[in-house]
Design a protein around this ligand. Structure first.
Ligand SMILES: *[C@@H]1O[C@H](CO)[C@@H](O)[C@H](O)[C@H]1NC(C)=O
Ligand SMILES: *[C@@H]1O[C@H](CO)[C@@H](O)[C@H](O)[C@H]1NC(C)=O
Ligand SMILES: *[C@@H]1O[C@H](CO)[C@@H](O)[C@H](O)[C@H]1NC(C)=O
Ligand SMILES: *[C@@H]1O[C@H](CO)[C@@H](O)[C@H](O)[C@H]1NC(C)=O
Ligand SMILES: *[C@@H]1O[C@H](CO)[C@@H](O)[C@H](O)[C@H]1NC(C)=O
Ligand SMILES: *[C@@H]1O[C@H](CO)[C@@H](O)[C@H](O)[C@H]1NC(C)=O
Length: 388
């Protein structure tokens, strides 16, 4: 039996609360009733916005319904607070972004939820149509940054389930400044060579849970930024892409730490990294502590286990890393160095624990490499530990 954190149980309780209400008194706002056309070319932005405005203003639980078909949408902000605490997006069809990337210039997000409480999004596809922007970026021309497909900002109690996010121009999903967010059964897809298409980025947020999802992109599968606390990631498949990464951290001196992160049952296939912690070599108050990486399988991963704490300027504090456990990590490395802990002399990594790690390299025995990394190893450890 999988054990889920209390946030999950809270969510299930929350859903049970939602359900009977939505069955009895929920009002449904079908975007077709507001003129949206499922043809992929008619601009449906105002229809969805109208549906949201009514749902948000309603004192009753409300459902926004997106039927089958393709709906073209420009960038939209869904802003709270709302008059009710049970808004559901039921998406059957596909929301598509404008194909001309110049449209987004500096908006940052295609779809942004700001300051909402108790919103859930079920199903559907979000198509960011990033192809032409990636081509521009790869050609070396000057191009806009592009937009993140879906942002959840300064919000709480948000559930996103069964959603597919495709071909983002930039990051796919960003969770920023939030509490109690659940993402489950997501499919996130972009080609392995698409620039900056991180799957899910979490920062300055407490109690985010990511479950049962599959993420293949051109950048990090999940990236964990400053101020991510009590984060739970379970049963996630990554690849292609750059793996699950805590960091980069330490960009700023005043920076919130990352604390209590669990990554359980993750599968990595043909990724650049598996489980990574990466910090800048700059003076910073940032830190990483209390991380458990448990039950991961690696298939042809270039750096299955890596801490890269760039060397810090002499005698300055930089991002401290301690209490990081790797338990039951197995599979194949695509390079000889399967385990790398490269920490700084001025602030070494502490309490790094290896328990039952078995990583092999096809051509010769795998190796581990340590600089300034202290901790312990128990159980079978292959390649053998170099922690002091
Ligand atoms: C929404 O509207 C579309 C188009 O009129 C219709 O096909 C669909 O059945 C409606 N669905 C709901 C749940 O109202
Ligand atoms: C996640 O997947 C596991 C195993 O496939 C399943 O038992 C569990 O119910 C799923 N959880 C959710 C919240 O969908
Ligand atoms: C760590 O976070 C999990 C949720 O991810 C939570 O269930 C647990 O209570 C937290 N542990 C501590 C010590 O705060
Ligand atoms: C190390 O981190 C784990 C996971 O967050 C936590 O349960 C444990 O209490 C921490 N240990 C110490 C000594 O801080
Ligand atoms: C460790 O990191 C430093 C600073 O980035 C780099 O110069 C060095 O080559 C790295 N060592 C290894 C063994 O990768
Ligand atoms: C470690 O992994 C290798 C290659 O996958 C396998 O042959 C070996 O039996 C494993 N060792 C243990 C003790 O599980």
């Amino acid at each position: 039996m999988a054990k889920y954190p209390t946030t999950t149980i809270l969510f299930q309780a929350l859903l049970l609360l939602f359900l009977p209400q939505s069955l009895t008194v929920s009002t449904t706002y079908n975007i077709s009733y507001f003129g949206a056309k499922p043809d992929g070319t008619t601009d449906s932005t105002s229809s969805l916005f109208r549906a949201w405005s009514l749902a948000c203003a309603s004192t009753k639980p409300s459902t926004i319904y997106v039927p089958q078909g393709q709906f073209l949408l420009k960038n939209l902000r869904f802003e709270g607070p709302c008059a009710n605490k049970a808004i559901t997006f039921h998406i059957v069809g596909t929301l598509v972004a404008p194909s001309n990337y110049n449209f987004f210039k500096n908006v940052g997000y295609w779809l942004l939820f700001e300051g909402v409480d108790c919103v859930s999004i079920h199903g559907g596809n979000l198509d960011g149509r990033g192809g032409s922007l990636w081509a521009c970026k790869k050609s070396g021309k000057t191009c806009p940054n592009g937009a993140t497909i879906l942002g959840i900002s300064n919000s709480k109690n948000v559930l996103i389930s069964g959603l597919t996010s495709l071909n983002s121009q930039m990051f796919h999903i960003v969770i920023n400044g939030c509490q109690n967010i659940m993402l489950q059964g997501l499919n996130v897809l972009a080609p392995g060579d698409s620039p900056n298409t991180d799957g899910i980025h979490v920062q300055l947020s407490n109690g985010v849970t990511i479950l049962n999802s599959s993420i293949g992109t051109g950048d990090d599968c999940i990236s964990i930024g400053p101020g991510a606390t009590n984060l739970w990631i379970e049963n996630v498949g990554c690849g292609p892409g750059h793996g699950i990464s805590i960091g980069s951290l330490g960009k700023d001196y005043e920076e919130a730490g990352v604390q209590n992160v669990t990554v359980k049952t993750a599968r990595f296939k043909d990724t650049q990294n598996g489980l990574r912690i990466k910090t800048w070599g700059r003076p910073s108050k940032g830190f990483v502590r209390g991380v458990l990486f448990q039950h991961a399988t690696m298939t042809n991963v270039q750096n299955p286990i890596v801490i890269d704490q760039n060397y810090c300027p002499s005698n300055k504090n930089c991002v401290k890393i301690n209490n990081v456990t790797y338990q039951d990590i197995r599979g194949t490395s695509a390079t000889e160095i399967a385990v790398k802990f490269n920490c700084s002399r001025t602030c070494p990594c502490h309490e790094i624990r290896l328990k039952d790690v078995n990583l092999s390299y096809i051509y010769q025995p795998a190796r581990s490499s340590c600089s300034n990394a202290a901790g312990s190893a128990i159980g079978l450890i292959e390649p053998s530990s170099c922690l002091y």
